[in-house]
Design a protein around this ligand. Structure first.
Ligand code: ZN
Length: 657
């Protein structure tokens, strides 16, 4: 444990809330202390109300804020006196508690205060820091849990038995603290949950947290439970992309909506899933009976997998108010799937959610391994803690008006995605909540976007093996494929038939036609497993209904692709896959249309560039974005009952009409 406090980081003028922000961020930087919205901090400040009367305000971390990036506005100001009185009530339901917190803030626009706000209020210190530190949870979740904690800390901390987070826990802590705290007390350990430290200054409270957690780490090292060897066989198992797609389909069916599945087959995950005692350690049930971790037989995979289900039902049952608001979120789908072949698969409605689940579970695996080395891993009500962290995030989403975007949990693949219409399609699909795999010959595709819901792969669509490996990577990263946008194509320079060379003709056919046949064929089994049905969009061309001289190879390739799409619509309807085409024309905001080319073409027709761009019936300019928006809509609800259609997006063309 490193103490990162450096007084030089803080300008002299910084006030008490500013110091609170600074040390909160220090905690947030250490992922073994605080993960994704977990942990919370507070400071008690004197203020004046509208009548000029003195009142004490608790500034406590607001829901949806991450300590690592928290700002002053991320702390919710709640009247302290009111919180202290609440702590004396014999009982208070959690929805009522949340209501009391929100209605006793002094700033209407503040975030919802942390569900652990009352806990902060009852501790009689200016600064309070709370984390779910891995080292502390490892000790409390081992067989010798409480004894271990007492051995480490003696009487410097108050020890509180496990109670699910909420009002009851706050009340129990208040009682326990009043009974056991003395001048030597610098912290409080909540068994199977985490640790509090406190002090009169931000530096003191933070320093004590580092010291206390460091002592737990030292204990684990002394007990030879720190360095966990990895199993001998930790190479990732060979798993077919289609198996992952089948798994995703089954989980989505259980959830009631499409989810993403991200496979993690790193050394740590493989070592964990191949433990001899996996069934015992991963299935140790949390305290609440509905919170089951089950072994599920997935018939399509033909074997049992450990589906570690973070079942929200139990948690929501305790939070009726939320349950009412969030009925659609009540799902029994697993969040983590463990399997000796697969490794660890993280499940989420978005790529970001799946990444959070994976990171939290990576810490859980380490905790389990160390606690086992310490003498035995014990039941894991820490699951509740996971849910509380998640609950905070959900609260924040609710406040933002949390209806999921139309393609949440779905995966799209776009060819020719590095620029022009392809890139615009990537943008349109990401904006609708899909995870997107973009492929392109241009290696720049790899760094097009750095975000968890985008995977860019350099790939030659004319190479069958490369297409197959892209589909496998899509399955490893997101769990399958729901939408396919066939955009990649080449447009060679004009050439009349009497001069057209065989090899030039074949080259156009290879990219514009053959590659799409191969991709459609290889993608078909994945699209068939799409939870909401597969969709294919073909970016065709005006040249299909209205060819032009000098473009024989291009026009013929696009016309053949068009016919291929129509046959696919006939053949794949029974697999619940729909395929529609759109025919753009004169889209000038793409790479091939440089200013010079535009000017020269406009001159050729005796038009200004502006008039040339709008040379269509509606006299409007057609952009990549217009085409991409239509392509995305073709994957959505508007086209749910349409297949085999061809829609022009060309501003109106008299030869097409
Ligand atoms: Zn906590």
């Amino acid at each position: 444990m490193n103490n990162l406090y450096d007084s030089r980081d803080m300008p002299a003028c910084v006030d008490d809330l500013g110091r609170r922000v600074y040390t909160s961020r220090l905690l947030g930087r250490d992922k073994s202390l605080v993960l994704h919205g977990g942990g919370n901090t507070s400071v008690k400040l004197a203020g004046k109300n509208a009548f000029g009367e003195d009142e004490e305000i608790l500034y406590v971390k607001g829901s949806g804020w991450d300590l690592e990036k928290i700002e002053e506005g991320g702390f919710a100001p709640v009247r302290l006196e009111h919180l202290k009185r609440l702590a004396l009530l014999p009982a208070l339901s959690d929805p009522a508690m949340v209501n009391e917190l929100v209605t006793h803030m002094t700033r209407a626009s503040a975030p919802v205060p942390s569900v652990e706000a009352i806990l902060h209020a009852i501790l009689p210190y200016k600064y309070v820091d709370h984390t779910h530190a891995d080292a502390v949870v490892t000790v409390t979740n081992s067989v010798a849990g409480e004894a271990g904690i007492r051995e480490i800390y003696g009487d410097s901390v108050v020890v509180v038995p496990y109670v699910m987070p909420g009002f009851d826990l706050a009340r129990l802590c208040a009682e326990q603290f009043a009974r056991d705290a003395g001048p030597q007390t610098i912290g409080m350990v909540l068994l199977n949950h985490g640790i509090f430290s406190f002090g009169e200054t931000a530096e003191e409270s933070y320093g004590r947290m580092i010291d206390l957690v460091g002592r737990a780490e030292g204990y684990l090292k002394r007990k030879q439970a720190w360095d966990i060897g990895l199993a001998a066989d930790r190479s990732p198992g060979a798993v077919a992309g289609l198996d992952l797609a089948r798994l995703r389909k089954e989980i989505s069916d259980v959830a009631g909506f499409p989810v993403l599945v991200a496979r993690h087959a790193d050394a740590q995950a493989m070592a964990f899933v191949r433990r001899d005692d996996l069934a015992t350690v991963a299935r140790q049930g949390p305290a609440t009976p509905d919170h089951v971790i089950r072994t599920k037989r997935l018939p399509m995979l033909g074997r049992d997998v450990q589906a570690y289900a973070t079942d929200y039902r139990a948690y929501f049952a305790a939070h009726e108010m939320l349950a009412k608001e969030r009925k659609t979120m009540l799902d029994a789908a697993p969040r983590v799937v463990l399997d000796p072949q697969l490794g660890m698969c993280a499940v989420g409605r978005t790529a970001q959610d799946a990444a959070i689940v994976a990171e939290i579970y990576a810490h859980t695996m380490e905790i389990i391994a160390r606690a086992t080395a310490l003498g035995g891993y014990r039941a894991l009500p820490a699951q509740d803690i996971f849910d509380v962290e998640y609950w905070d995030l959900e609260q924040a989403k609710l406040r933002k008006g949390g209806k999921p975007p139309p393609f949440a949990g779905e995966v799209a693949l776009v060819t020719g995605a590095a620029s022009g219409i392809g890139k615009a399609c990537v943008d349109a699909l990401l904006a609708r909540g899909a995870a997107v795999v973009g492929i392109d010959l241009n290696p720049a595709i790899g760094s097009l976007y750095q975000r968890p819901d985008f995977l860019g792969v350099a790939c030659d669509v004319a190479a069958e093996d490369q297409l197959r490996s892209v589909l496998a990577r899509a399955a490893e990263t997101f769990g399958g494929l729901d939408m396919l946008v066939l955009n990649a194509g080449i447009f060679p320079g004009g050439c009349r038939i009497d001069a057209l060379q065989t090899e030039d003709w074949r080259r156009v056919m290879r990219v514009n036609l053959d590659a799409n046949l191969v991709l459609m064929r290889e993608a078909h089994p994945f699209l068939k497993l799409a939870p909401r049905g597969g969709r294919v969009v073909v970016i065709g061309s005006k040249n299909v209904p209205a060819p032009g001289p000098g473009a024989a190879a291009y026009s013929a390739s696009k016309a053949a692709l068009n016919q291929l799409a129509r046959v696919a619509a006939l053949e794949w309807g029974g697999d619940n896959i729909r395929i529609n085409s759109l025919h753009p024309n004169a889209v000038f905001d793409t790479g091939i249309w440089t200013d010079e080319v535009l000017a020269s073409r406009a001159r050729h027709y005796g038009l200004s560039v502006e008039a040339y761009k709008k040379n269509n019936i509606l006299q409007t300019e057609v952009t990549s974005r217009d085409v991409a928006e239509l392509a995305a809509e073709m994957c959505g609800a508007l086209f749910a009952k349409t297949t085999g259609a061809q829609v022009p997006v060309d501003g109106g063309n008299d030869r097409v009409i």
